[in-house]
Design a protein around this ligand. Structure first.
Ligand SMILES: Nc1ncnc2c1ncn2[C@@H]1O[C@H](COP(=O)(O)OP(=O)(O)OP(=O)(O)O)[C@@H](O)[C@H]1O
Ligand SMILES: [Mg+2]
Length: 245
């Protein structure tokens, strides 16, 4: 039984088809890369799985339970956490306070003391600079913000983590570190659905890849299989990418 199953999901926004009959599944412990050009529907799919949007048609099943249309906080408490393409935090709160919020919600509800311990643990895990814990979030740089967002997500103790473009805005060195971090998170027992529009990054880290184009799934397979797929190459208009991360 897959951990997550998306069946026949469609979504339109005032006539614009964002997703059309999308099928996708995730096995426990894998990193699934969801890739596609701008506007392909990647974020919309994350928004549907995490409960931000309700699909027009289709079903989302998590651990054998129908979660279609459930509110985001319930989905989070069942063990699905997501990050946002545009880092969303509480700008006036400090770094540690932002992660505390994650620790106090989510699937592993905690007391204030436990939440604090857990917040520190995940901040260390993602390599957030510990001398910046009391800094207000609005003063953090992009790299620090991305780590903070990951820490806040992990503090909810997810079974499934949905990552929407975690490497966007990072320099090549930071991107490499982020990819290492994603593997480390998976190795700690979290299943990952990772969205990227840069093919090269997703190729190096994913066990399996699903490609969306104009809201439709056009390919699915190992990085090697997908890299050789004619429709994928076409949808990227010959953009160069390689299997090596
Ligand atoms: N809330 C919304 N209202 C109206 N249109 C939307 C909304 N969300 C998404 N869309 C449209 O749905 C389509 C898919 O958008 P989506 O953000 O899912 O793409 P994406 O693959 O994440 O793209 P990107 O790589 O640019 O992040 C686009 O045409 C987009 O304009
Ligand atoms: Mg997007």
């Amino acid at each position: 039984m897959p951990l997550l199953e998306v069946q026949g999901v469609s979504k339109s926004f005032s006539g614009i088809v964002a997703l059309k009959d999308v099928e996708l599944h995730l096995e426990e412990g894998e990193i699934l890369g969801l890739v596609g050009p701008n506007g392909a529907g990647k974020s919309t799919l994350i928004n549907i799985i995490s409960g931000i949007y309700r699909p027009d048609r289709g079903r989302v099943t998590f651990m054998d339970r129908d979660i279609t249309g459930m509110p985001p906080h319930r989905i989070c408490s069942l063990g699905i956490t997501r990050t946002f393409q545009n880092v969303e935090t509480f700008p006036e709160l400090t770094a540690i306070e932002n992660v505390l919020i994650g620790a106090l919600f989510g699937s592993g509800k905690a007391s204030m003391h436990e939440a604090h311990e857990r917040a520190l643990e995940v901040l260390r895990f993602v390599g957030f600079p510990l001398d910046r814990l009391e800094e207000r979030v609005k003063n953090l740089n992009v790299g620090e913000l991305k780590k903070l967002q990951l820490a806040r997500a992990l503090a909810t103790r997810p079974k499934l983590l949905l990552l929407d473009e975690v490497t966007t805005g990072l320099n090549p060195r930071e991107s490499k570190d982020a990819v290492k971090m994603i593997r480390k998170i998976r190795d700690s027992g979290v299943t990952i659905l990772m969205v990227e529009h840069i093919m090269r990054i997703i190729m190096g880290v994913s066990d399996r890849i699903v490609v969306l184009n104009y809201g439709e799934k056009i390919a699915e397979g190992t990085p090697g299989e997908v890299a050789g797929d004619e429709r994928v190459v076409e949808s990227y208009l010959g953009e160069a990418y390689s299997v090596e991360g």
